[in-house]
Structures are given as C-alpha cells and as structure tokens.
Write a protein that binds this ligand. Structure first.
Ligand code: EPU
Length: 335
C-alpha cells in the first residue's frame, strides 16, 4: 500500500484544485484493515472521482479503490455471472463484456467512473440502470471491520440512490460487484433517439456493439469530454414532483417533458428546468452551464470547488423561484 500527500486535482474529473490530508491506494481487501473502526467522518472513499466536487482542503484521509480483477462465477446457456473488482474502470468493463459477446451493459457505455462506484448511485442511462443486471456485491463495513455480502434487496436501489447513499453512506467500501449479463441480446432501444440514430445508419438488426456505438456517439455529442473540460456529468438529479406540481407547470408550458416515476409523481428533466430559467450556456468566470446539456456544470479552467458550488446554488435558487421545485445535486460535495 502506498501513502502520499497529494493534490486531488488529477483524482477527480471536475478539475478543481483541492487537497486531501493523505491518500491511500487500496489494492486488496487486506489494505483496508488499518482503517477498521476509524471514525467515518475522518475519511472519504474515492472511486474514479467522476461524481464528486471537492471544495478546497479536505481534512480527511482519502481511500482510493484500486482493487482489480474480473472473473466468471457462473455460466449457463442464457447468461453469465461476472464478479468484477471495485477498482476496475466501468467503461473498460463494459467493452470487455461486449468483446466476450455478453450484452446488457451497452446502454451504460462510456459512463466515467469505477465499478465500485456504480452501485452507490445506481448508474443509469438510456432506459437501463445498474440494478437491472445486479446480483450482489461484496464489501467491508469499515466502522466494524466486517466483510459483508449484500443482495439486490439489501442495496435498496432507487433513481440515482441506494443504501450506500443512506444508512451505509461513507463507511461501506465496495470491493466486488456481481452482475448477470445476457448471452442472447435483448435490445433496449425505447429511450431517446437510440432507435432513430440506428435507422440513420441503416442498421436494422443491431447487435449490442452497434447499440454501444450509438450510445457513445450520443454521449459524445451531448456531454463534455472530461479529459478536455472539467465536469462531473449531471450535476443535479432530475426532480421527482407530485402530479399537482407537474400540472401547474403544464398549464404554463404545455411542452414540459416528463418521465414516469412512483405512483402520483412524475420526473421532470432538470436540464429542461434550468434551460427555461435561461442558464444554458451561461458562464460566470471559469464556471459555466454546458451549452449542449444544461444539467451539466463545467469548469472552463481554474474554477475552485466553492465557485462551482456557488454557481450551482444560483441555478437552484432560480429554478425554485420560477417553478417552486428544489433541485438536489447528484454530485457528492466533499468538504
Ligand atoms: N433537456 C432540455 N434542455 C437541456 C437538457 C435536456 O430541455 O439542456 C430536455 C431534453 O430535451 C429531454 C429531457 O430534457 O426532453 C431529457 O434529456 P436527456 O435525454 O439528455 O437526459 P437527462 O434527463 O438530462 C439523464 C441522466 C444522464 C443520462 C441521460 C440519458 C440524470 C440526472 N441524468 O439526463 O446521466 O446520460 O439521462 O439517459 O438522470 C449522469 O448521470 O452524469 C448522466 C449524464
């Protein structure tokens, strides 16, 4: 295990300068033992750093998940169950699965981050969520130094939510994730313009690779490349509002887009709400609301975490005063 005092700037995708007290690179379950029983407010668990916003100096120890490994633990005619280590890169795993001829993950192509972080917010895109393929995960409850296996029910997955953002927030280190992939391709093409793009390319019988290719193209056209422009993807969750609130907006703007949610509620795209408030493409100093997708806040250069947070706060206030909807960040703010 290495130990060092490092800037966090290269360890997260927002590109904001920040410092961690100590950074520990966790390469095996054994490396976690020294942290057993430690106060959970004294450390942060880090994956690929694609969903965090560190605000200046973090007076905590950073535990970065770098546990590697992929294995097959069950296989039959229909499916294969894989066990992937938490420190593996998510998109490399998706590509590897496609290379083996296993499908299911194609709609989740090109999502930045690690396999271990994927269950925390139940990553989702283009009509598919991690939970749809999830079997169980392994991890360590650091406060008690207890190795645990959690099945799907225990993970309590919701929209960008799980038990790891609730009761187990901050002190459960996910070491391995088990997913069941399909050997027979079952396309999920209903969301957005995936079907349309395939048609444009004259692909009438797409395989999983073709769908992955189209998802990559759509993501590249709408979302900034984090290697070029700092961001953490969607900054906000799409708010889930009750029918009365939705109908109130509908009267004023009949074109309001919406998705189904639990009974009596609908999900309204935060990007649409933000655009309606005039923020799309707007920039203050080095912070901006992305011109192609208003849900994304970008760092054009040397913006600090506090500047990014203040910018997000102004957007939240405007959406609240125009629509009476309080948006919540999807990004985890580290202080
Ligand atoms: N919209 C606007 N203006 C905008 C952006 C979007 O009016 O600036 C409208 C679109 O026209 C569309 C609707 O909002 O009617 C939805 O837009 P989109 O399909 O781009 O998806 P989203 O709801 O904005 C969510 C996820 C993304 C994921 C896409 C595709 C959340 C918070 N975000 O965005 O996830 O890629 O769906 O499935 O649920 C991420 O988590 O980092 C992320 C990028």
């Amino acid at each position: 295990m290495n130990q060092a005092f490092l800037s966090l700037k290269t360890l997260h995708t927002f590109g904001a300068e920040a410092f961690g007290r100590e950074i520990h690179f966790i390469r095996s379950e054994d490396d976690l033992q020294v942290f057993f029983g430690m106060d959970p407010t004294s450390y942060y668990i880090l994956g690929g750093g694609s969903n965090i916003l560190p605000v200046q100096t973090i007076d905590r120890v950073i535990l970065r998940n770098e546990i590697k490994g992929r294995e097959i633990i069950h296989e039959d005619e229909e499916s294969v169950t894989v066990r992937i280590a938490g420190g593996e890169d998510w998109d490399e795993f998706v590509q590897w699965a496609l290379d083996q001829g296993w499908s299911g993950m194609e709609n989740l192509s090109l999502i930045p981050g690690t396999v271990g972080a994927a269950p925390v917010q139940n990553i989702g895109a283009y009509g598919v969520e991690l939970k749809d393929f999830f079997i169980r995960l392994e991890g360590v409850l650091l406060t008690e130094g207890k190795a645990m296996v959690l099945n799907k029910e225990a993970c309590r997955f919701g929209y960008r939510d799980s038990v790891f953002k609730q009761e187990l927030s901050g002190n459960f280190f996910i070491t391995r994730v088990q997913l069941r992939l399909n050997k027979k391709f079952k396309p999920q093409l209903s969301y957005g313009n995936i079907a349309e793009r395939l048609k444009e390319k004259n692909i009438t019988h797409p395989d999983a690779r073709a769908v992955s290719g189209v998802v990559r193209e759509i993501r590249r056209s709408k979302l900034p490349d984090v290697g070029v422009l700092g961001s953490a993807g969607s900054f906000f969750k799409n708010p889930v509002v009750d029918i009365d609130t939705y109908e109130r907006i509908l009267v004023l703007t009949p074109e309001v887009p919406h998705y189904p949610a639990k009974e009596g509620y609908v999900k309204i795209p935060a990007g649409w709400l933000i655009e309606q408030c005039g923020w799309k493409g707007r920039r203050i100093g080095a912070v901006g609301c992305y011109e192609k997708q208003a849900l994304v806040i970008v760092n054009y250069g040397n913006a600090s975490g506090s500047e990014i947070l203040a910018f997000a706060g102004m957007i939240i206030e405007d959406v609240k005063s125009k629509f009476s909807i309080t948006m919540t960040p999807e990004v985890n703010v580290w202080r």
